[in-house]
Ligand binder design. Sequence first.
Ligand SMILES: Nc1ncnc2c1ncn2[C@@H]1O[C@H](COP(=O)(O)OP(=O)(O)OP(=O)(O)O)[C@@H](O)[C@H]1O
Ligand SMILES: [Mg+2]
Length: 329
Amino acid sequence: MARGELMKKLLASYGRDDEFRAVAEQIIDEEEKKNNRVLARSLRKTLEAAPSRPPRPRGLAPLIPFPEAAGDFIELVEPVHTKQDIVLSLENVRVFIGLMKEFRRTDDIRRRGLPVRSKLLFCGPPGCGKTLCAEIFAAELGLPLYIVKLDRLISSYLGETATNVRKIFEFARKQPCVLFFDEFDALARARDDGGEHNELRRVVNSLLIFIDRITPKGFLVAATNLDQSLDAAVWRRFDEVIWFDRPDRRGVERFLNMKFKNVAISFDPISHAAELEGYSYAEMDRISVQAIKAAVIDMRKDVRESDFREALADERRRKHGSARLAQPT
Ligand SMILES: Nc1ncnc2c1ncn2[C@@H]1O[C@H](COP(=O)(O)OP(=O)(O)OP(=O)(O)O)[C@@H](O)[C@H]1O
Ligand SMILES: [Mg+2]
């Protein structure tokens, strides 16, 4: 094939690992035929050293339609964030890289009779990245993200809940995806509350059994911010527990740098880092967005110290207010 055509094919195969490698092999063969042995050898060495890209099931296979009846409590979420948008502890970065590598070698690992970690529990206070991370993790793996609204599922008509639970798990067995159980604590609560309500207890227990038995085609992720109220029976069902803590000083600084990276500013956000200790990422996000918006509203190019101060004062007032609301009367 003419060199130009091969180049076109190579570019067109971008993102599809197998096709890319096949075209690259063809180019190397052509060079060999043309007696350009040194070049061919060097190209082959480069190709062999290049890491394989993960499979991208989303691009290759159409999504299995989700059972319609389940539409009320399960949602396909399109990713809008990337890994540039999240601050993670180094420890968590290491855990996620490990999980992704493991996922990409699932077949090899299972062939050796070894288990693959695929059921993850995300723990931590509100607004510290559990949902955000599930979204980015799925996107990084090229897997669709399905969010299961557990509280809705549990409170739906009980007779149907059992059927719906079964449908969800059948789906996750076939469709490579990240199946995300948000507010997993609803389950633990329901188990406790279900005292005299045998049917509810039965449904919750059957959900736990399903989680136990399933070998997901991707990942099953559950998120909770009530670490203590989950009993041991729940913990041991997960292959990995990942903690999303409130940011420490370094986390605050990393977040501010990330948030104001592409924004014109006439102050140093880092000078507020000490005041922000104890705030969640979601709260810091709200302050930053509010400050940036103030500049837009005033039709100014840059965000000023006063914008940030006011936004911080607003958040303090809100936090204070919510603390007052939370106090027993
Ligand atoms: N680690 C983080 N890095 C950067 N931004 C974050 C982080 N955590 C949270 N945020 C910001 O806060 C928002 C809310 O976070 P998220 O929904 O992930 O919280 P959560 O831990 O799931 O909370 P909840 O327990 O209430 O469900 C995100 O959309 C993002 O703007
Ligand atoms: Mg969440």
